[in-house]
Design a protein around this ligand. Structure first.
Ligand SMILES: Cc1ncc(COP(=O)(O)O)c(C=O)c1O
Length: 457
């Protein structure tokens, strides 16, 4: 018997309104229009309770990279649940799925990573890193070295510690964050700057603001720097090419640990296995989640470099940290099946050599629309910015809601993207076909024209 009853859309909406508090949601405004109830999905499409088919240009929440309805991922979960639905990795135990996954993760990551620590989400992974970074420096005889540098407008998760690493002012305002020992520098967002510097000069300057912060805090107090290779939730901020090499130089020079948050960019999104591979950095930690299971089951984790893991193992004794679901067997089995699927279907190569360049070309062409001020896309991770005027440059007043207006028109046309203010972001599944890419682009042009009419007529 199915666990979930069949109900009408109206019934689901009513129950949802009465009983369900949603993440990142203004409930008063949600209750006025009610939730869209998504009932099933296949390939790159989701279907709502009215039977509308919507092309999922966001892969759920940047996670359903292999697409929906992949039988081998479903089978991996079901078979593992029959064999061993749960056991933990505490108290000197382990089980085949967590061991197998740990060992194959080593094969797809950079050579400094031989070991991983599992968590249940990206936020938990970043909490784990704070604990590990500080423990590492204690063990290295530098207990004053606890400060972590992050960036304004970064997103690293929503637990108290991960939200502190995040640089989102509204999140910080609501809960008295950040916690002590976390400081922020500016993001490498050239288009959002006054553009007085070239992108290359701006990238160097943004990286050097980290160096300035290290000097301000004191090099003997700075433990680590954390950054998303491309900021995702902040609006797909692609840094200038000069940025990451300079960040690596600075971290090397001051001995600061480098954390590349790969929760979105991991497992192929940029046409390389990890964002660090794309930008040529050699991080000491890489948190991951989302794409490791293509979102079919929750799983997170942290790649820990030998530099840190050897010290924790040799000198650390017991590390007082872990989660009930660290390395959940069914989630790990799905992750193993998902990584094999990505390898077998050569999805990472496909993004680098085929669907990535195909979509990027069409995406850049949005720049010809009078409403679009800037376009950017790396691999299958892109954004464009809606502006009121290009010459002279002028943005819309936020209250006009140009970005959300476009997003809603696009959803009505049958394509889902996300609006971060007036920045429209997109991250479709890796299996997107050329025809599906065309559908997404054609509908976005139509929605842009409709938005322009609504905003100016
Ligand atoms: C870069 C990054 N790090 C961490 C997280 C947090 O992951 P989770 O929502 O699984 O806790 C996210 C979520 O979007 C993210 O984009």
């Amino acid at each position: 018997m199915a666990a979930i009853e069949k109900r009408s859309r109206e019934d689901w909406q009513e129950l949802d309104k009465e009983h369900h508090l949603h993440p990142f949601t203004d409930h008063k405004s949600l209750h006025k229009k009610r939730s869209r109830i998504i009932t099933r999905a296949e390939g790159v499409y989701i279907y709502d309770a009215d039977g509308n088919r919507i092309l999922d240009g966001m892969s759920g929440l940047w996670c359903v990279n292999a697409g929906y309805g992949r039988q081998e991922l479903i089978d991996a979960a079901a078979e593992q649940m029959q064999e061993l639905p749960y056991y933990n990795n505490f108290f000197q135990c382990a089980h085949p799925p967590s061991i197998e996954l740990a060992s194959i993760l080593k094969d797809v990551s950079q050579p400094q990573f031989k070991r991983v620590f599992f968590a249940g989400s990206g936020s938990e992974s970043n909490d784990t890193i704070i604990r590990m970074v500080r423990t590492y420096w204690d063990l290295m005889g530098q207990p004053g070295r606890h400060t972590i540098i992050s960036r304004n407008n970064a997103y690293h998760g929503s637990t108290v510690a991960a939200a502190s690493l995040s640089g989102m002012k509204p999140m910080h305002r609501q809960s008295g964050l950040p916690i002590p020992g976390i400081v922020h520098v500016d993001q490498p967002y050239w288009f959002g700057s006054d553009q007085s510097l070239s992108p290359e000069e701006f990238g160097l300057a943004a990286a050097r603001s980290i160096e300035a912060k290290i000097k301000e805090v004191g090099a003997d107090k700075v433990a680590a720097f954390i950054g998303e290779p491309i900021q995702g939730a902040g609006g797909v901020i692609v840094p200038p090419d000069t940025y990451w090499p300079e960040v690596q130089r600075i971290c090397d020079e001051y001995g600061v640990l480098l954390i590349s948050d790969e929760v979105i960019t991991g497992f192929g999104r940029l046409g390389e296995w990890f964002g660090a591979d794309h930008f040529g950095t050699r991080p000491d930690f890489m948190p991951f989640a989302k794409g490791v299971t293509s979102g079919y089951l929750p799983l997170g984790g942290v790649f820990v470099s030998d530099r840190v893991a050897d010290v924790l193992i040799d000198k650390g004794g017991e590390f007082y940290h872990g989660y009930t679901y660290s390395g959940h067997p069914a989630a790990c089995a799905v992750a193993v099946a998902n990584i094999k699927l990505i390898q077998r279907e050569k999805l990472v190569d496909r993004i680098r050599d085929d669907i990535g360049p195909y979509l990027q070309d069409k995406w850049q062409a949005f720049g010809e629309h009078p409403l679009v001020g800037n376009t950017r896309m790396v691999g299958l991770m892109g954004a464009f910015e809606i502006v009121k005027s290009k010459e002279p440059f002028e943005r819309f007043d936020e209250k006009q809601g140009a970005g959300p207006l476009f997003r809603d028109l696009l959803t009505d046309a049958g394509v889902c993207m996300r609006a971060v203010g007036d920045t429209i972001i997109c991250a479709p599944p890796f299996i997107l076909s050329h025809a599906e890419a065309d559908e997404m682009i054609d509908k976005a042009w139509i929605a842009l024209d409709l938005a322009q009419k609504a905003l100016f007529d």
